[in-house]
Design a protein around this ligand. Structure first.
Ligand SMILES: Cc1cc2nc3c(=O)[nH]c(=O)nc-3n(C[C@H](O)[C@H](O)[C@H](O)COP(=O)(O)OP(=O)(O)OC[C@H]3O[C@@H](n4cnc5c(N)ncnc54)[C@H](O)[C@@H]3O)c2cc1C
Length: 555
């Protein structure tokens, strides 16, 4: 059953085994998987509205905005010359998967093996996670049904899972064909048949969470109408989770299974207790904010705000990691490309789910590593999780301009509260480019892209490098331009990171239980101990699928 307003809830609304706080990417997976078990009664609570009925959330070429987004403003970022950035997150059922750019990359096998190392639990490694990697995915043909053979590896995909993935509707462009030729001519840049194989250094085709020309989100894939009709599943929308309330203690551990909720824009709160577990899935910002509002965090910092400490976990809200990117520009020969007009594009989409609106951005990406003999890797310990993990990701746009992102940043930011009012926007310090490695890495990035664009495959296409060019500019000027132009990939993670059971740092253990508390787990991107070297939604799906099994096994 779906409730759109907390005030419609019946008075006896108390009988849930599991309460999932946040109906986002991870939250919808859990709601769906846990309610597969008839013996569990499941409630999922989401601050935003329903995903059903909005073309904005369905057409891949459109960017959902307005009520579907949290638009936080970051703290001024010293590494970006004190600029602020908008930190966008999904505010709708399906969370960020309902509004994101749909790129589907799982990351490197080394990223997951590192989760296993950090937690001391090898079940988080790439090989052990393989069933969950496949379970979330349903590989499909591109919109329009063209043959994508040779552009992906069917062996590494799930074909019977939930979230649909596909290659773009349109066939290879001139730029795509040149990209392929470049991979044959330049040994430094091999062809990567499939970015989701765990080993994916090189150039290859982008995959997206799109099915038959429509966005496939956690909400559409895991909570379609038949699942919503399950008698043991309740979805509560437009409802804000203010805090978790401690009921009792078992020994020294507080029991944190009760939640306080209120209408989205404020009003009389009420509480609901889970019989078995409360699962926080509010995302990298929301989960940290809910914990801090509940008195779970750094006790000294909370005391300064007048919030009584329930559990002193200094790492809550710390360790925020984000991919940072800069634009690099080239000049190209003028090309005669006739774009399909907007009205025709919409008509194509409405008629038969084909056309440019079935896809977003570039067809191809380049993932690269800093050369091992680079002085940068002599000066700093390599921050990547292993040799299969790229340092950079670049979208290969036909315009010749490339946005290149650092996938292995050293810089760490934080989420803190501004006051004891749970409705106040938290202070998000992205703290990008605060570590000298990160800024120096962009010199390497620009040089790699210069080598890529200088391949003979780009003859009669690329005519010159506009910059910023680290080989022509002074150190100071190069850095200034990087700091003035850097943006993010909107992939923040890590504010409630996993660590081994006996480690004094971190927020959750390998079973995703909040350390030192009883009755509460966290399942979302906040628990990632390190940022994956790829886009972050696929890792969230993998995490949530495994978490669902962990929870089922526990009960
Ligand atoms: C604009 C954008 C583009 C992106 N593009 C890509 C991409 O192309 N590919 C990719 O892989 N990744 C992309 N990402 C990142 C990716 O989508 C996220 O990392 C991932 O979806 C996060 O999942 P999550 O479950 O941790 O959090 P979310 O999906 O954000 O879910 C958190 C949910 O909790 C709810 N919530 C939070 N606080 C409260 C509260 N107090 N009360 C009630 N509910 C609350 C939120 O409304 C939200 O629905 C993008 C993200 C954005 C925002």
């Amino acid at each position: 059953k779906v409730y759109h307003d907390i005030r419609d809830l019946p008075a006896d609304f108390e009988q849930f085994d599991f309460i999932i706080a946040g109906g986002g990417t991870a939250g919808c997976v859990l709601a769906s998987r846990l309610s597969e078990e008839r013996r569990f009664n499941v409630l999922v609570i989401e601050a935003g509205p329903d995903n059903i009925g909005s073309l904005n959330l369905t057409i891949p070429g459109w960017s959902p905005s307005g009520m579907f987004r949290w638009n936080y403003t970051s703290e001024p970022i010293s590494g970006l010359n004190w600029r602020t950035l908008t930190v966008v997150r999904g505010h709708v059922l399906g969370g960020s998967s309902s509004i994101n750019a749909m790129v589907y990359t799982r990351g490197s096998a080394d990223d997951y093996d590192n989760w296993g190392r950090v937690t001391g639990d090898k079940r988080w490694s790439w090989n052990a996670l393989w069933p969950y990697i496949l379970r979330n995915e349903r590989w499909t043909l591109p919109a329009g049904g063209r043959d994508p053979s040779g552009q992906y590896d069917p062996k590494v995909h799930g074909h019977r899972g939930k979230v649909s993935t596909s290659l773009p509707w349109s066939g290879p462009t001139d730029a795509d064909n040149r990209t392929l030729r470049n991979t044959q001519l330049q040994p430094e840049f091999p062809f990567a048949l499939d970015f989701n194989s765990g080993t994916f250094i090189g150039a290859g085709y982008k995959q997206s969470t799109i099915r038959n020309g429509e966005r496939s989100s956690s909400a559409t894939a895991y909570l379609p109408p038949p699942v919503r009709e399950r008698p043991n599943l309740t979805i509560l929308l437009n409802t804000y989770i203010t805090r978790v309330i401690q009921t009792r203690r078992v020994g020294r551990s507080p029991i944190l299974r009760t939640i306080e909720i209120a209408p989205r824009n404020g009003g009389t709160p009420r509480t609901i207790a889970a019989k078995k577990e409360l699962i926080l899935s509010g995302g990298v910002i929301g989960t940290a904010q809910i914990l801090l509002n509940s008195g779970v965090g750094n006790a000294t910092e909370l005391k300064e705000l007048g919030i009584p400490s329930v559990l002193d976990v200094p790492d809550v809200g710390k360790n925020l990691m984000e991919h940072v990117a800069i634009p690099l520009a080239w000049t190209t020969v003028p090309r005669n490309v006739t774009a399909i007009p907007d009205d025709v594009s919409l008509e194509m989409w409405l008629q038969n789910r084909t056309g440019p609106l079935t896809e977003r951005f570039d067809h191809m990406f380049l993932f690269t590593r800093i050369p091992t003999n680079s002085s940068l890797l002599q000066a700093y310990k390599d921050p990547s999780t292993g040799p299969r993990a790229p340092h950079f990701q670049a979208g290969l746009t036909p315009s010749g301009n490339q946005n290149i992102g650092l996938m292995t940043p050293y810089s760490r930011g934080s989420v803190k509260l501004r006051s004891s009012n749970p409705f106040d926007e938290p202070a998000i310090d992205l703290n990008l480019l605060s570590h000298p490695f990160d800024i120096a890495a962009f010199k390497e990035a620009a040089r790699i892209m210069k080598r890529w664009q200088s391949g003979s495959a780009w003859d009669n296409y690329i005519t010159g490098f506009v910059g910023p060019d680290p080989d022509k500019l002074s150190d100071e000027d190069f850095q200034r331009i990087v700091r003035e132009t850097a943006v993010t990939f909107l992939h923040p993670v890590g504010t409630a990171r996993m660590s081994s059971k006996d480690s004094k740092t971190g927020v959750v253990d390998g079973e995703l239980r909040v350390k030192g508390a009883d009755g509460i787990r966290i399942v979302d991107a906040s628990v990632f101990p390190y940022i994956p070297c790829a886009n972050t939604q696929a890792p969230v799906y993998i995490l949530a699928e495994r978490a669902a099994d962990l929870i089922k096994e526990a009960w």
